[in-house]
Structure formats: C-alpha cells, structure tokens
Design a binder for this molecule. Sequence first.
Ligand SMILES: [Zn+2]
Ligand SMILES: [Zn+2]
Length: 138
Amino acid sequence: MIDRIRLVVRWLGWILERIVAPLRSNPDSVGFTLSIPETGTTTIDGDVGWGSRPPALLRCSRCGSDLYHRHPYDDIDCPRCVATHSYEEFAALEFRRFRCPVCGSAMEHGNRHPNRIDVPEWATCHACRYHWEFRHSY
Ligand SMILES: [Zn+2]
Ligand SMILES: [Zn+2]
C-alpha cells in the first residue's frame, strides 16, 4: 500500500512537472519572443547530469520485460516479476532507450567514452530537440 502511494505521488509529480515546465517558460516570454525569436531553434530544452537524466527503458534481467525507470535514484522494480534492482545496478541491466521528458518520444542516445563509461552519456529527441548530457562537454 505504501508502495502504491509512493508510486501515485511519483506519478503526480511527473504530471505536474510536465504541466508546470511549459508554463514556467511561457508567461514571461511574450515580450521576449519579439526581440529574440530564434533562440530556441537549435535546442528548446536541455539538461545536464545524471540527476536530471531522462526516463529510461531497461530490460528486466529476470523476465525480459520492459522496466520504466523514471527517477535515476529510485529502485528499479519490475512490474511483471518480483525482481527489484537498486539504482546502482542500472549499468548492469540492459539499457534500451530513453524517453523524452518533454514530448515522450523515444530518444537517440550515445556514449562519448565507450571504454570507460558503460551508461549512455547523451540523448537527444528528434521530435522536440530536447537534449540531455551526462556531463558538460567543455
Ligand atoms: Zn521482471
Ligand atoms: Zn521530445
């Protein structure tokens, strides 16, 4: 029951985040859009750091079903079988793809240091141009 409440709270937080995010950038932008109309053409939105990583789709090591991992520091629970993984096991699970936190599309991802870091280091959404980086690139 506690778990279920936690899940609902988490879910509501996610929804709220999605509603508030565009509102935050919109109300004050009316006056600005006239002066700087093209600032958003290359990247509309973006984040840096594992803590603001996009929601990830993993494969359960036990039953092979999809695991949706929204928050990087939550446990990774399988909805189908009883498998529970700590978030520290992220790299040990088969990574499938990120889901864009802005528009929900599947994101393209890649790795900048394939031999040293075994988790994706960047992800980009071709639908809305949201981009995420594990680290600053400079
Ligand atoms: Zn499973
Ligand atoms: Zn997107």
